[in-house]
Design a protein around this ligand. Structure first.
Ligand code: SAH
Ligand code: SF4
Ligand code: F3S
Length: 451
């Protein structure tokens, strides 16, 4: 009864939460299995950010419920954002679920699972679905466990939970609660422990990382708590690379911009959500910046680090987005030459301030706008990648490629995926790779062996 399969939907935050749950379960004697076929327990860590994300997880949970009717010993749980958002209404639809665990209760999964298993073994009363979605003070400090023996070469570290912004389209403040920061020293200790086990790269995670602890820690020498944290992480011996996601244009000041020249471990890569290029739509989205300010921040960073790679998030088809508004997005998107982008079609989310506006932009228009941006992106990122042909790039080898056969996968400091023939010995090492071939998303090359 102890083989657990965790399926994760949604963002890096969720991936990190799933890892932390996996580590806690292992500590309690459960084994985490890579496939669901032989699992005794299946946990879905879910996302609510767009309706489609919820539909996927509900569809999956429906299939698992049907399987459970044939095999009552199968344990099925739903965790994360959709569990938080839908709560007990999930059980109305899926009465066979064993667990519904909210975003502040991940650390309770092992105990809840023990109880379900005890009851299946006849050691306790058959419980109704366990629904645990309350708020919990200090829950941001519970996402800190990593699997003991085998740390990831590139690891995620959660530095805060929740969000205090009120972007009119977004359900995250509802699913993740209000902003709560972890203490700086605990984050630093966690990263030191990861490095001791072989981690070379960390990505600091939060909904708005540059807002990290603005209420809890003072500014020192005009440096925000987030910049202070970056400095401390940069000083960790043995760590090679730092990334973070996501920052917000609000509060992206010079102290942070200058980090790109001061802190050598901070990679020349930035994920910087723009959402729209129209000031009218940004205002309707309640994103409190103008496109001019957004561009100015990027200009300043590029002046300091011309080699930086920048990715973004865009929503097309927000209510009220006219052809002129979209044209402003298209122009800004093209001018800023993003290296990567996630383009989302607007999806109405219950309880958000944009909900009453409905979804007036047709599916076809959204699809068309989506394609226009993706075409620009393909062109820009291919062009940038082609400029790398023949150059030597620093690559951190993360592990074997899926296709195996001595082929490994790594990333450049700019977060470009690199495919390279190598050996197991090089996993976790920084190597130099000569780039031979490229597509819009991937580089392929050969190791450069030093004389
Ligand atoms: N905290 C991050 C974003 C988290 S959600 C930030 O503010 O940058 C990830 C992305 O999902 C957002 O940047 C946005 O582009 C997209 N998104 C959020 N709500 C959405 C909705 N209702 N419809 C479509 N896309 C949405
Ligand atoms: Fe959502 Fe806005 Fe918060 Fe990001 S900043 S999580 S988009 S409310
Ligand atoms: Fe992430 Fe989706 Fe929740 S984007 S924070 S898993 S709603």
């Amino acid at each position: 009864m102890n083989r657990v399969f965790i399926k994760t939907y949604g963002c890096q935050m969720n991936e990190r939460d799933s890892e932390a749950v996996a580590a806690l379960l292992r500590d309690k004697g459960y084994s985490i299995v890579p496939e669901e076929v032989n699992a005794d327990v299946i946990l879905l860590n879910t996302c609510s950010v767009r309706e489609q994300a919820e539909q996927k997880a509900i569809g999956k949970a429906g299939h698992l419920s049907a399987r459970k009717r044939r095999n009552p010993n199968l344990i099925v749980g739903i965790m994360g954002c959709m569990a938080q958002n839908k709560g007990d209404t999930l059980v109305d639809k899926l009465p066979d679920l064993d667990l519904v665990i909210g975003t502040q209760k991940f650390h309770r999964v092992p105990d809840h699972l023990d109880n379900v298993i005890a009851s299946l073994n006849g050691l306790g009363p058959k419980p109704a679905t366990i629904i645990d979605i309350a708020e919990e003070k200090g829950s941001q400090n519970t996402i800190k466990s990593h699997v003991e023996d085998n740390a990831n070469v590139a690891a995620f570290v959660s530095i805060m939970q929740g969000c205090n912004m009120k972007c009119s389209y977004c359900i995250v403040p509802k699913t993740r609660g209000s902003e709560r920061a972890r203490p700086m020293n605990e984050i630093v200790d966690e990263i030191k422990a990861l490095v001791a086990k072989g981690t070379k790269e960390v990505t600091l995670l939060g909904q708005i990382v540059n807002q990290y602890a603005v209420r809890e820690f003072p500014f020192v020498d005009k440096k925000s708590p987030f910049v202070q944290l970056l400095e401390k992480v940069n000083a960790i011996e043995g760590l090679e690379r730092i990334r973070f996601t996501s920052p917000h244009p609000v509060g992206f000041r010079d102290d942070l911009i200058e980090c790109y020249t001061r802190l050598p471990k901070l990679c020349e890569y930035l994920h910087f959500p723009m959402q729209s290029g129209s000031n009218k739509i940004l205002k309707a989205m309640r994103r409190p910046y103008s496109i001019e300010r957004f561009k100015m921040i990027i200009d300043k960073i590029r002046a300091l680090r011309p080699d930086i790679y920048i990715s973004t998030d865009i929503i097309v088809g927000f209510p009220g987005e006219t052809e002129t508004d979209f044209e402003a997005t298209r122009t800004a998107f093209e001018a800023l030459k993003f290296d990567m982008a996630y383009v989302f079609k607007y999806s109405v989310r219950p309880g958000t301030t944009a909900e009453p506006e409905g979804d007036p932009i047709s599916k076809e228009t959204k699809e068309k706008r989506n394609q226009i941006l993706l075409d620009i992106l393909r062109h820009t990122s291919l062009e940038r990648n082609q400029s790398l042909i023949g150059t030597a790039q620093e690559v951190l080898i993360e592990g074997p490629a899926k296709r195996g056969n001595g082929i490994f996968v790594g990333r450049t400091r700019g977060y470009r995926k690199v495919i390279v023939p190598a050996s197991e010995r090089l996993v976790g090492q920084l190597v130099s790779v000569k780039i031979n071939e490229v597509t819009a998303s991937t580089l392929t090359g050969d190791l450069i062996i030093a004389d």
